[in-house]
Design a protein around this ligand. Structure first.
Ligand code: ZN
Length: 160
């Protein structure tokens, strides 16, 4: 059981626990074009993201494996349900909106974010922001390359 959950009363714990216990789009993607390993040593979270692009560079398939706290795993699960099938522009727009949500609580597009709104409470806990952003930084990196493997880490200065 993750000790931090007791501190996060504002989080919609049921949704987060459901996604962390029964993550969606969890598993290997055999013919992935890009694999990104996300590492959050401060919390012990790891996300291994695998994506396949469609002809226009959108996310045809997105799956992940990993382990770590409930926030990181639920964030990855919620993210994949939102981003699967989305165009590159839509993914980038969602990434910006989600980052705003978990860092400032700002939310210009509630309909677009939908279930992702459950992550809003992490903004009060800087360490948890890293947990929530980890899979999103991984997908951001995936969009920067058309193939191959790479790693992102919350220890990098540009991570926020
Ligand atoms: Zn974590």
């Amino acid at each position: 059981m993750s000790p931090e959950l007791g501190d996060l009363e504002e989080l919609y714990q049921e949704v987060i626990l459901d996604h962390s216990r029964r993550p969606r789009n969890f598993g290997e993607l055999a013919d992935a074009a890009v694999r990104v390993h996300g590492d959050n040593p401060a919390c012990g979270d790891e996300i291994h993201l695998a994506v396949k692009f469609n002809g226009d560079g959108g996310l045809q398939e997105i799956k992940f494996t990993g382990h770590g706290c409930a926030i990181s795993q639920a964030s990855a699960s919620l993210m994949t349900t939102k981003l699967k099938g989305k165009s590159r522009d839509e993914v980038e727009e969602m990434l910006r909106a989600f980052h705003d949500l978990v860092t400032s609580g700002n939310n210009d597009s509630p309909k677009k974010l939908g279930d992702l709104l459950v992550m809003r409470g992490v903004r009060k806990f800087p360490q948890r922001v890293k947990c929530a952003m980890l899979p999103w930084r991984a997908v951001e990196q995936a969009l920067r390359q058309s193939e191959g493997e790479s790693t992102v880490s919350t220890e990098e200065p540009e991570f926020a």
